[in-house]
Design a protein around this ligand. Structure first.
Ligand SMILES: Nc1nc2c(ncn2[C@@H]2O[C@H](COP(=O)(O)OP(=O)(O)OP(=O)(O)O)[C@@H](O)[C@H]2O)c(=O)[nH]1
Length: 387
């Protein structure tokens, strides 16, 4: 074993393999997982999906039978939910060994886009008890060909996600060619990683995740150092991020101090009110024209007035808004409510819920209605418009 492996507490491979699927906000983690979910190699896998903010959506959008998917929301895996991940892995093993759940032969963890992957990896390889039951095998990082280079420049989390990977998967290659600049940036961050195309026809789950036991020595010196730093900081609940604002909770909410860049927050909305398609379009237009550059990620499932049982799925990643998809039927586990998560920079708290309510006609004292909003977007507190 190498010195860096020893320093990081890395242990000999044993136990159930755990793969980590990471990548920045909207890079294409869930899309990739959906593409591979029917692969027989994953048929007896347990999937753990973590989401930023307190409104989970990905678990609704992963096309699985449902009983193999565990959602960890209400915080970020690398911050407050880390203890929950340890408990979940311990509980899974316990339930399998006592015959309460069908046996699983591997675990795949999808992190939030803002997650620093190092604490997540440490939960598996650095934890005294879990290290007996699980082994880390296959860290896969999705990098988006459209926004990837700018994202690597702007966000330390994205650079760490790329640096720790065994495999780098470039997504959205059909929308933009991953140019030489991005390839060389990835190679400089992680010279030994395999680079794959998310849209390649022959991509398989085994080809992606089965890269052998994780070896820190195969990565840059930084990776071994981060792994050992994280394990020692963990004892004092320290964290390598900025410690800034809370996300998605009232001030004083004690357990989700979901801290990353102090300007980034998750705004979430849950509404039982159905919305007319044209009002939704106006809501999105207004939001994007006024706040487009600050909208890092939006995803949601929307209850539409014309047929509330067939929701609309929305995705935007920075300036790129995907074509909304009308689902043919309600997804398993959906409670029929609109759920929107927006990860934004410098957006006032409560803004999205207020704006949406104005367009869906939800009554509220002193709330501007649709006409007032369209005539004067500044009617929403904190709203800035370019019109
Ligand atoms: N054309 C194309 N679109 C993609 C690809 N991967 C993802 N997308 C689109 O990008 C958007 C975001 O994809 P997701 O898979 O939800 O991204 P994610 O990384 O799981 O997002 P978060 O969990 O919110 O960080 C969706 O609109 C996808 O349809 C790809 O390889 N090609």
């Amino acid at each position: 074993m190498s010195d860096s492996a020893l320093a990081s507490g890395w242990s000999a491979p044993r136990g159930v393999p755990v793969s980590i699927l990471t990548g920045f906000l909207g890079a294409g983690k869930t899309t990739l997982l959906n593409r591979l979910i029917g692969d027989p190699w994953l048929s007896d896998a347990a999937l753990i999906i973590n989401e930023f903010g307190d409104v989970g959506i990905d678990h609704l959008l992963v096309e699985s039978s449902g009983d193999g998917v565990i959602e960890l929301s209400d915080g970020c895996l690398c911050c407050t939910v880390r203890g929950e991940l340890v408990d979940t892995l311990a509980d899974l093993m316990d339930r399998m060994q006592t015959g309460k759940i069908r046996p699983f032969s591997r675990v795949v963890i999808e992190t939030t886009g803002l997650a620093d992957p190092v604490p997540v990896m440490q939960s598996v390889i650095g934890h005294p008890a879990l290290g007996q039951s699980y082994r880390l095998e296959g860290v896969v990082t999705v990098v988006d060909a459209v926004n990837g280079l700018a994202t690597l420049d702007a966000h330390e989390e994205a650079r760490r996600q790329a640096a720790v990977a065994d495999t780098l998967v470039i997504s959205k290659t059909g929308l933009a060619m991953a140019d030489g600049g991005m390839q060389s940036r990835l190679v400089s961050l992680n010279p030994n990683a395999r680079i794959m195309d998310a849209e390649a026809a022959d991509l398989s789950a085994q080809g992606l995740f089965d890269s052998g036991a994780y070896d820190p020595a195969a990565h840059s010196i930084d990776v071994g150092r981060w792994l050992s730093e994280t394990s020692s900081r963990d004892a004092t609940h320290g964290h390598p991020h900025d410690h800034g604002t809370e996300h998605g909770h009232e001030p004083g909410h004690h357990h989700d101090v979901n801290r990353h860049d102090a300007h980034i927050r998750a705004d979430t909305l849950v509404s039982a009110q159905a919305i007319e398609s044209q009002n939704l379009a106006m809501f999105l237009d207004l939001l994007r024209s006024a706040h487009g550059p600050n909208l890092l990620r939006m995803k949601g499932i929307v209850r539409l007035a014309d047929d509330p049982s067939r929701p609309l799925v929305l995705h935007a990643v920075q300036s790129l808004m995907s074509e909304p998809v009308r689902l043919p039927a309600p997804p398993a586990g959906w409670d029929g409510k609109t759920r929107l998560v927006m990860i934004t920079r410098d957006l006032p708290k409560g803004f999205i819920a207020e704006l949406f309510a104005g367009f869906s006609g939800e009554p509220g004292i002193g709330r501007p209605d649709k006409a007032a909003l369209v005539d004067n977007p500044l009617a929403i507190p904190g709203m800035r418009t370019t019109r």
